[in-house]
Write a protein that binds this ligand. Structure first.
Ligand code: GAL
Length: 658
């Protein structure tokens, strides 16, 4: 059992609450408490973006309202997650100290406005943030109602100001030590781009240097370093003043601006904000669900298997998808319980009450402008709150995944930066999702982890398109296989080292040729409408996009290309390596091919599968004594799984004592 909040008996159900927008309407605030209790809400996230109310003028503080709210909530059985308010800054701060504003990649400083718009290296921003954070921590840090710190909000963005550029140079110097080394790793003799001094290094400005792949990648790594450095500044203050209060920050879905594996090193628990487009017009409901299962699995990966938090979700519609559809009947319950089934110990919303104006006035909330407790949405939320109470024994249980998909942010950056092959989307994320979906369909739980994760507990690891091998990664994959693991890699594996220099002598590099018993000679790229096929066991499976021509050494072919000049050469192969097996998939399969290959991989790794009707997901949470099997029906038809009958859109949770 790994309960996130031992003091709370059951799941957290609640969400972002912005009473500061309603301070002049006390009747609304009183109603909020009443309605929260009706909706079985036991936690509110306060303080996100409250800086201008907490410190209306520099050095003038107004914290009474927050104290009243926290006390009032607590007296009514509602806990507080308290945010540092630094996700957006007050106007006085930006106008008096313009250095706190970011400089964009065109080298122009932003104006005051929106949010997430501060320079991470500005000493003034850090100083002013520290003052307000200390005030909050000193006043509320030991309040029994405050259970968690929420740092800022959804960190994102980059800053190209002089201070950041100077830090970037320092970071580069620290990494490469000598100019000679830097010039070699960046391959700068190409186009005469050699640096004569570290002071000449600039970030990839829009009108500057963006043709050095290693530099582009380092800028992204630096941005993560800089953001984490800023986040750690906030965290250190809180660790000093309230060492016993845990800390999180809210992540976004598959956000590619930061390496969350790095950020997670500073956090006590992982939380994320999920806003899928349920019932969209481009995929089935269960395909949307399968992708969300991937997102949840990624959060488990960041948290090293511990339960995570669904910090934000919407009970109705958002305001920022191109088309903002209402959640259809049943979907709220299904989506919330899917989060729980996949390892979340919280169901939280953005937001409790819909604001009257500004950017998010049409963003869904538990309580909308009607202010009533008998709306469809309110009742949906109430229902979920009641179900979570019934399921409270599940809280703290974990998911024991036997499989893992490696989906690594830095590798994704390296792939996005590739100049060649398929220029406008190599499809890395989609590919990882597709492999995960194939496992989900078979009732096989797979964590989604970065390339530095500990793989020792898994029987099967699928590492799609692991183009860049960070230090130690090849060695880890090798040991995993040698010790009996089943490893599967695909086309586009092991082309470059951590600084994007190609391996010489054949891909996959860094010793992986021996693990897979083959090398890749060429990589063909197909036009969107073109197809080849994998011929395996007399069946054919369509192939698209990328077709590597591979040469086997010790590996055995399990299936060959059907056509083109590389017809009859291998697509799918296996190599016995140590006590394990290493499979290689040289081309991108359509779902039938992915399914057929997945069956081979699962058989080889001895992982049990479950016959599930199309559109039904199964997840198991395990608390040591019992297993809770969740069946979720993402179809509009009745479905049967073993002895369980699922009504359309139904969820059933079945307990098995061990
Ligand atoms: C999140 C953000 C919230 C709110 C929400 C709207 O990304 O953290 O503050 O803006 O989106 O969907």
């Amino acid at each position: 059992m790994k309960k996130l909040f031992p003091q709370i008996d059951g799941f957290i159900h609640g969400g972002d609450y912005n009473p500061e927008q309603w301070l002049d309407m006390p009747e609304i605030l009183a109603k909020d408490i009443e309605m929260m209790k009706e909706a079985h809400v036991n936690c509110a996230t306060l303080g996100v973006f409250s800086w201008s109310v907490l410190e209306p003028e520099e050095g003038v503080f107004n914290l009474e309202w927050l104290e009243n709210i926290i006390n009032n909530l607590y007296e009514n059985g509602i806990y507080t997650i308290l945010a540092t308010p630094t996700g957006a800054r007050p106007a006085w701060l930006a106008h008096k100290y313009p250095e706190v504003l970011r400089v964009a990649s065109d080298n122009i400083r932003n104006h005051f406005g929106v949010r997430h718009n501060h320079c991470m290296q500005s000493p003034v921003y850090r100083e002013k943030a520290e003052i307000i954070i200390r005030k909050l921590a000193e006043r509320f840090g030991n309040h029994p109602g405050v259970i968690l710190w929420h740092i800022s909000n959804e960190f994102s963005g980059e800053c190209y100001c002089d201070k950041c550029v100077a830090k970037f140079r320092e970071w580069i110097k620290n990494k490469y030590k000598t100019l000679d080394n830097l010039n070699k790793e960046y391959w700068t003799t190409f186009w005469s781009h050699r640096y004569q001094s570290f002071d000449q290094v600039e970030p990839p400005y829009d009108n500057g240097e963006f043709s050095v792949m290693g530099l582009n990648l380092d800028w992204k790594r630096f941005t993560t370093w800089s953001m984490k450095d800023y986040m750690d500044h906030e965290i250190n203050i809180l660790r000093e003043l309230t060492p016993h209060k845990p800390i999180t920050t809210n992540y976004m879905r598959c956000f590619d601006g930061l390496d969350y594996d790095e950020m997670s090193k500073s956090l006590d628990m992982i939380s994320w904000d999920g806003y899928p487009a349920w019932n969209n017009n481009y995929e089935s409901l269960w395909q949307t669900a399968a992708d969300v299962a991937f997102d949840h699995a990624q959060m488990r990966g960041y948290g090293k298997g511990k339960p995570f938090m669904l910090m934000e979700s919407v009970p109705s519609q958002v305001n920022w998808h191109p088309i903002n559809k209402l959640k259809r009947p049943h979907i709220h319950k299904l989506s919330c319980l899917q989060a729980v089934a996949c390892g979340s110990d919280t169901v939280q919303y953005f937001q409790w009450r819909k604001g009257r104006g500004s950017f998010e006035q049409y963003h869904g909330a538990v309580v909308d402008h009607l202010g009533r407790n008998d709306t469809r949405v309110f009742k949906d939320v109430q229902e979920v709150g009641a179900i979570l109470r019934e399921l409270k024994a599940v809280q703290g249980s974990t998911i024991k995944a036997k499989a893992a998909i490696i989906f690594d942010r830095q590798n994704g950056w390296a792939i996005d930066g590739v100049s060649g092959f398929k220029l406008h989307d190599m499809g890395y994320e989609r590919t990882c999702r597709d492999w995960h979906n194939a496992l989900t369909k078979r009732g096989v739980e797979a964590d989604v982890v970065g390339c530095c994760a500990d793989l020792s507990g898994y029987s099967l690891v699928i590492a799609p398109m692991l183009y860049m091998l960070n230090d130690g990664v090849a060695e880890k994959l090798k040991n995993f296989t040698a010790n009996g693991g089943v490893l599967a890699a695909t086309y586009f594996t092991g082309y470059v080292n951590k600084n994007t220099l190609n391996y010489l002598g054949g891909f996959p590099g860094d010793g992986l040729k021996e693990v897979f018993g083959l090398y890749s000679e060429e990589c063909d790229v197909l036009y969107p409408e073109e197809r080849n096929a994998l011929v395996m066991n007399e069946a054919e499976y369509e192939l698209k996009d990328l077709c590597e021509v591979i040469k086997l050494d010790t590996a055995k072919s399990l299936g060959n290309y059907k056509s083109d000049f590389y017809a009859d050469t291998p697509v799918f192969s296996v190599n016995e390596f140590g006590k394990g097996k290493a499979f290689y998939i040289a081309s991108r399969t359509e779902s039938k091919g992915t399914d057929a290959i997945t069956d081979v991989l699962l058989k080889a790794s001895g992982i049990e599968t479950k016959e599930l009707p199309e559109g039904v997901e199964m997840h198991i949470r395990d608390n040591g004594d019992s297993e809770y099997v969740f069946y979720l029906n993402f179809t509009d038809k009745e479905q049967k799984v073993a002895d369980t009958v699922l009504a359309p859109y139904d969820v059933q949770v079945i307990k098995h004592s061990k």
